[in-house]
Ligand binder design. Structure first.
Ligand code: CP
Ligand code: NVA
Length: 311
């Protein structure tokens, strides 16, 4: 790859038109109708996939995505690498760029990704941080598009923790003209800076961005109801307080009665069954969590292809 590099730390690192390209290519990868030039964009290239914390979906889908695109994935865990403990982020970045062509990293602190991106002269992709989970949002909005055809004017209601997943969804919905409401208990709202960025993006696309503490009004015209765990990785010491604060925000049959019958239920997984979502809702026909999980593979292949083409 050349000396230019582009990172994907936030969904806003892509233009809306590039997201449309990712969706187009993802549907082609999914249907196995991709054109010759997109079949092996990572041929003879290696991708380091670093995990500072656990993963099922992200690990499997990135490793497969790199392989499907003709590349060589190298998965590394925190036990092996010791990001910031065995070795400084700067030195990890400067070493990796000598061997591999891209870095995919899941980290505790978003600053770790920014530091890695600063030092590495190769693309860095955010595989989840405490601020964003952009690859998840790409798969989620692709899933929504598959369901509804047209995204503009749809309404996604996120109920739960205004954290990484909610942040990326807010920003990507705003970019694509999807109305978004994030409903949280008091004190768990999304970061003000992310909310402001989403509102500013939405002013150009016509989407609405709302943050509140009351599910009822938001759910009235929901097309999708999205939830995520109440206790994210790294917040385990707050589990007791969080479970009490979030209890009224469980996505269950009673809550779904406030939404139109056609509204789908979404979850990034892993789910804590019986906490943020009940078994019956997660296992119901209206829940598309497994479509989202499958689409991680297709959208990440498209993302990697886009990045490989633009460096
Ligand atoms: N949704 C998601 O990122 O799952 P993992 O934490 O298992 O990768
Ligand atoms: N908010 C969750 C998402 C997991 C995919 C976490 O950060 O643990």
């Amino acid at each position: 790859m050349g000396s230019r590099h582009r990172d994907f730390l936030s969904v806003t690192d892509l233009e809306a038109e590039e997201v449309e390209t990712v969706f187009q290519w993802a549907s082609e990868y999914k249907a196995d109708t991709v054109k010759e030039g997109l079949k092996e964009p990572l041929l003879h290239r290696a991708v380091a996939i670093l995990f500072e914390k656990p993963s099922l979906r992200t690990r499997v889908t990135f490793e497969l995505a790199v392989k499907h695109l003709g590349g060589h994935p190298i998965v590394l865990t925190q036990a092996e690498v010791g990001i910031g403990t065995r070795e400084a982020v700067k030195d990890i970045a400067l070493n990796l760029e000598r061997w591999v062509d891209m870095i995919v990293a899941r980290v505790y602190r978003h600053e770790t990704l920014e530091e890695m991106a600063h030092w590495a002269a190769i693309p860095v992709i955010n595989a989840l941080s405490d601020i964003e989970h952009p690859c998840q949002a790409l798969a989620d909005l692709f899933t929504l598009k598959e369901r509804y055809g047209e995204l503009t004017g749809r309404h996604l209601v996120f109920i739960g923790d205004g954290y990484n997943v909610a942040h990326s969804l807010m920003l990507l919905c705003a970019m694509l003209g999807v109305n978004v409401s994030v409903i949280t208990p008091k004190g768990y709202e999304p970061k003000e800076e992310i909310f402001k960025r989403a509102v500013s993006i939405a002013s150009a696309t016509g989407a609405s961005v709302n943050v509140g503490n009351e599910p009822k009004d938001a759910l009235k015209n929901a097309d999708a109801i999205y939830t995520d765990v109440w206790v994210s990785m790294g917040q385990e010491q707050e589990a007791q307080r969080r479970k009490a604060d979030f209890a009224p925000y469980q996505v269950n049959e009673r809550l779904l009665e406030l939404a139109p019958k056609h509204a789908i239920v979404m979850h990034c997984l892993p789910a804590h069954r019986g906490e943020e979502i009940t078994d019956d809702v997660l296992d119901s026909d209206r829940c598309v969590a497994l479509e989202q999980a499958e689409n991680r593979l297709h959208t990440q292949k498209a993302l990697l292809a886009l990045i490989a083409h633009s460096v």
